[in-house]
Design a protein around this ligand. Structure first.
Ligand code: NAG
Ligand code: NAG
Ligand code: NAG
Ligand code: NAG
Ligand code: CU
Length: 176
């Protein structure tokens, strides 16, 4: 009897894990920044804002920055201020990559700013700003960049819904 219960629990757990994996795979989107042109000093200043404007980014998605390895670019995560001013030497700029392909995983809601700090590329329009999660009417919701604040603690509410269910179910199954 005990053995049968354990087998049933095992199958249930496996089923739930599969369900969670499928859900995650379906909801995650991989975006290639700039599509075929990639991450370059673009043909015009609005190229990357146009690229981002019809996208609905959400937590779990990935941005892929790639460029011709013969060309010199980088991906720097910067503040909104630096994004606007293209202060390529600002000490707060975090150079994330200088190799020609870089995946940035969108793990939280908020506004995120990227530029290329090479030469005058940013001033020529090689900069990207994206917003994740809805911020109605553009009103500030405490999401101003604060590089020193620690990552928020993970909690059940940050997990996909079915993963939360799975954890709760597994918890209760222990007491059958
Ligand atoms: C900017 O360049 C892109 C790619 O060539 C083009 O699709 C887009 O229409 C241009 N935007 C403006 C405002 O010229
Ligand atoms: C964007 O995606 C979110 C989450 O997937 C969804 O709730 C929202 O309705 C979408 N908004 C638009 C404008 O498509
Ligand atoms: C990089 O440069 C080399 C040598 O000039 C050339 O053969 C190659 O096609 C270039 N690669 C790309 C992706 O343009
Ligand atoms: C991100 O924002 C969306 C829409 O406002 C919300 O549905 C979602 O729960 C948020 N995700 C996280 C991880 O905060
Ligand atoms: Cu560049």
């Amino acid at each position: 009897m005990d053995h049968l219960m354990r087998t049933i629990k095992c199958f249930l757990a496996l089923f739930l894990i599969l369900q969670v994996t499928t859900e995650t795979a379906v909801s995650a989107t991989v975006y290639t920044v700039g599509e075929n042109l990639g991450w370059i000093a673009p043909p015009n200043h609005t190229f990357y804002s146009q690229w981002a404007s019809n996208k609905n980014f959400s937590v779990g998605d990935t941005l892929v920055f790639h460029w011709n390895p013969n060309h010199t670019h980088n991906v720097a995560k910067v503040s909104e201020q630096v994004y606007n001013s293209c202060s390529t030497s600002a000490s707060s700029n975090q150079i994330l990559a200088s190799a020609p392909s870089y995946d940035y995983n969108l793990v939280e809601n908020g506004s995120f700013y990227f530029i290329c700090t090479v030469a005058d590329h940013c001033a020529r329009g090689q900069k990207l700003s994206i917003k994740i999660g809805e911020q109605s009417g553009g009103s500030p919701t405490g999401l101003a960049p604060s590089p020193n604040s620690p990552a928020p603690p993970s909690s059940l509410s940050a997990l996909p819904p079915s993963l939360s269910y799975a954890l709760i179910l597994i918890y209760f199954l222990r007491y059958i």
